[in-house]
Design a protein around this ligand. Structure first.
Ligand SMILES: Nc1ncnc2c1ncn2[C@@H]1O[C@H](COP(=O)(O)OP(=O)(O)O)[C@@H](O)[C@H]1O
Length: 169
């Protein structure tokens, strides 16, 4: 299983969907599943969005993740069982580029600033480093389309090697 992390707007869903086609893996967007299954336990007035019920998310995903061949897209990871993931990629985008992408999404000024600061302070990367073994956490630049191409190549190659080395078909 592969975890794709990164500040919103860094390109997780674009990369995840493309990879799932190339690798024939399941693409799992945690935000979308939470919305569909209503895996919430309250409402955040400040950000005008529901609170994720992390236990329900883990219960919902456990069976699929235990089968392997999943690509999970979520900015955070603290509540995921560590055993779920074989590798973690953290997408990174320069802040001026990220600002433009989030502005196009129509984010409020507060949400925009908070997310850009999250990227500046490497919050998502630090969280990954504190949750997983250092050697399975990798940063990937995601500024321009050619970055996307090289990230796809790199992950596809890594996956092939991993499956061969672990006797997986
Ligand atoms: N490497 C990249 N180069 C150029 N544009 C990108 C790249 N990655 C993503 N984008 C664009 O940025 C926007 C946000 O990407 P998205 O995959 O929705 O991010 P996330 O899932 O992390 O919120 C989309 O318009 C997407 O086309």
């Amino acid at each position: 299983n592969i975890l794709l992390k990164g500040t919103p707007g860094t390109g997780k869903s674009t990369l995840g969907l493309e990879l799932s086609e190339r690798l024939k893996f399941d693409y799992i967007c945690v935000g979308d599943i939470a919305k569909k299954e209503e895996l919430y336990n309250g409402y955040d007035e400040e950000y005008q969005c529901p609170f994720l019920d992390e236990d329900k998310v883990v219960d919902e995903l456990e069976e699929r993740l235990s089968r392997g061949k999943c690509i999970v897209d979520y900015h955070s990871c603290e509540f995921f069982p560590e055993r779920w993931f074989d590798i973690v990629f953290v997408l990174r985008t320069d802040t001026n580029i990220l600002y433009d992408r989030l502005e196009k999404r129509g984010y409020s000024e507060k949400k925009l600033q908070d997310n850009v600061q999250c990227e500046i302070f490497q919050t998502i990367l630090e969280e990954a480093r504190s949750s997983y073994r250092e050697e399975i956490v990798h940063e990937l630049k995601s500024n321009v389309p050619s970055d996307m191409e090289s990230n796809i190549e790199r992950i596809v190659e890594w996956t092939k090697l991993y499956r061969t080395n672990n006797g997986l078909s």
